[in-house]
Write a protein that binds this ligand. Structure first.
Ligand code: NAD
Length: 81
Protein backbone atom coordinates (compact mmCIF):
# COMPACT_ATOMS: atom_id res chain seq x y z
CA UNK A 1 0.00 0.00 0.00
CA UNK A 2 1.39 3.40 -0.86
CA UNK A 3 0.08 6.93 -0.95
CA UNK A 4 1.15 9.58 -3.41
CA UNK A 5 0.11 12.51 -1.26
CA UNK A 6 1.28 13.82 2.05
CA UNK A 7 -1.51 13.72 4.57
CA UNK A 8 -1.18 15.09 8.06
CA UNK A 9 -3.00 13.29 10.81
CA UNK A 10 -3.12 14.39 14.38
CA UNK A 11 -5.28 13.58 17.32
CA UNK A 12 -7.47 16.36 18.65
CA UNK A 13 -9.42 14.42 21.25
CA UNK A 14 -9.95 10.97 22.60
CA UNK A 15 -12.90 10.68 20.18
CA UNK A 16 -10.97 10.76 16.93
CA UNK A 17 -8.58 12.39 14.53
CA UNK A 18 -8.65 15.57 12.52
CA UNK A 19 -7.31 15.09 9.01
CA UNK A 20 -5.61 18.01 7.30
CA UNK A 21 -5.26 17.47 3.56
CA UNK A 22 -2.24 19.06 1.97
CA UNK A 23 -3.31 17.95 -1.52
CA UNK A 24 -6.69 17.15 -3.10
CA UNK A 25 -5.76 14.00 -5.03
CA UNK A 26 -4.48 10.67 -3.77
CA UNK A 27 -3.27 7.53 -5.53
CA UNK A 28 -3.79 4.51 -3.26
CA UNK A 29 -2.32 1.16 -4.29
CA UNK A 30 -3.93 -1.88 -2.72
CA UNK A 31 -7.14 0.13 -2.33
CA UNK A 32 -9.23 -3.04 -1.93
CA UNK A 33 -6.99 -4.29 0.88
CA UNK A 34 -7.47 -3.77 4.59
CA UNK A 35 -5.35 -0.66 4.97
CA UNK A 36 -5.96 0.74 1.48
CA UNK A 37 -9.72 0.52 1.90
CA UNK A 38 -9.81 2.31 5.25
CA UNK A 39 -7.34 4.96 4.11
CA UNK A 40 -9.31 5.55 0.91
CA UNK A 41 -12.54 5.87 2.86
CA UNK A 42 -11.06 8.38 5.29
CA UNK A 43 -9.61 10.45 2.46
CA UNK A 44 -12.92 10.44 0.56
CA UNK A 45 -14.79 11.50 3.69
CA UNK A 46 -12.29 14.33 4.07
CA UNK A 47 -13.07 15.57 0.55
CA UNK A 48 -10.13 14.10 -1.31
CA UNK A 49 -10.34 12.62 -4.82
CA UNK A 50 -9.01 9.06 -4.63
CA UNK A 51 -7.57 7.00 -7.47
CA UNK A 52 -7.31 3.37 -6.34
CA UNK A 53 -5.27 0.55 -7.86
CA UNK A 54 -5.75 -3.12 -6.99
CA UNK A 55 -5.40 -6.41 -8.87
CA UNK A 56 -7.78 -8.23 -6.49
CA UNK A 57 -5.33 -11.08 -6.04
CA UNK A 58 -6.42 -14.27 -4.27
CA UNK A 59 -4.07 -14.13 -1.29
CA UNK A 60 -7.36 -14.14 0.62
CA UNK A 61 -10.97 -14.14 -0.57
CA UNK A 62 -11.25 -11.65 -3.49
CA UNK A 63 -14.99 -11.32 -2.72
CA UNK A 64 -14.07 -9.41 0.45
CA UNK A 65 -11.94 -7.05 -1.63
CA UNK A 66 -14.71 -6.58 -4.21
CA UNK A 67 -17.16 -5.79 -1.39
CA UNK A 68 -14.76 -3.10 -0.13
CA UNK A 69 -14.47 -1.60 -3.60
CA UNK A 70 -18.26 -1.56 -3.91
CA UNK A 71 -18.38 0.51 -0.70
CA UNK A 72 -15.81 2.96 -2.08
CA UNK A 73 -17.58 3.24 -5.45
CA UNK A 74 -20.49 4.90 -3.64
CA UNK A 75 -18.27 8.00 -3.47
CA UNK A 76 -18.29 9.91 -6.80
CA UNK A 77 -14.72 11.04 -6.10
CA UNK A 78 -13.44 7.44 -6.14
CA UNK A 79 -11.99 5.83 -9.27
CA UNK A 80 -10.54 2.32 -9.38
CA UNK A 81 -7.99 1.10 -11.95
N1 NAD B 1 -2.70 -4.89 8.16
C1 NAD B 1 -1.74 -4.62 9.06
O1 NAD B 1 -1.95 -4.60 10.29
C2 NAD B 1 -0.35 -4.27 8.58
C3 NAD B 1 0.62 -3.91 9.53
C4 NAD B 1 1.89 -3.57 9.09
C5 NAD B 1 2.21 -3.62 7.73
N2 NAD B 1 1.27 -3.99 6.83
C6 NAD B 1 1.61 -4.01 5.42
O2 NAD B 1 0.82 -3.05 4.72
C7 NAD B 1 0.51 -3.59 3.43
C8 NAD B 1 -1.00 -3.67 3.25
O3 NAD B 1 -1.54 -4.47 4.27
P1 NAD B 1 -3.06 -4.92 4.21
O4 NAD B 1 -3.38 -5.54 5.52
O5 NAD B 1 -3.91 -3.80 3.71
O6 NAD B 1 -2.96 -6.09 3.12
P2 NAD B 1 -4.10 -6.60 2.12
O7 NAD B 1 -3.60 -7.91 1.58
O8 NAD B 1 -5.43 -6.57 2.76
O9 NAD B 1 -4.09 -5.50 0.97
C9 NAD B 1 -3.14 -5.47 -0.06
C10 NAD B 1 -3.90 -5.20 -1.36
O10 NAD B 1 -2.96 -4.99 -2.41
C11 NAD B 1 -3.41 -5.67 -3.56
N3 NAD B 1 -2.25 -5.98 -4.38
C12 NAD B 1 -1.20 -6.80 -4.07
N4 NAD B 1 -0.32 -6.83 -5.08
C13 NAD B 1 -0.80 -6.00 -6.04
C14 NAD B 1 -0.34 -5.61 -7.33
N5 NAD B 1 0.82 -6.11 -7.85
N6 NAD B 1 -1.06 -4.74 -8.06
C15 NAD B 1 -2.23 -4.24 -7.55
N7 NAD B 1 -2.72 -4.57 -6.33
C16 NAD B 1 -2.01 -5.45 -5.59
C17 NAD B 1 -4.13 -6.90 -3.05
O11 NAD B 1 -5.09 -7.39 -3.97
C18 NAD B 1 -4.77 -6.39 -1.78
O12 NAD B 1 -6.10 -5.95 -2.01
C19 NAD B 1 1.17 -4.96 3.34
O13 NAD B 1 2.42 -4.80 2.71
C20 NAD B 1 1.34 -5.35 4.78
O14 NAD B 1 2.43 -6.25 4.94
C21 NAD B 1 -0.01 -4.31 7.24
Amino acid sequence: MSVSVRVRLWQISSKGYFMHLKYENALITGAAGFIGFHLSKRLLEAGCRVFGVDNLNDYYDPKLKQDRLDMLKVYPAFTIF
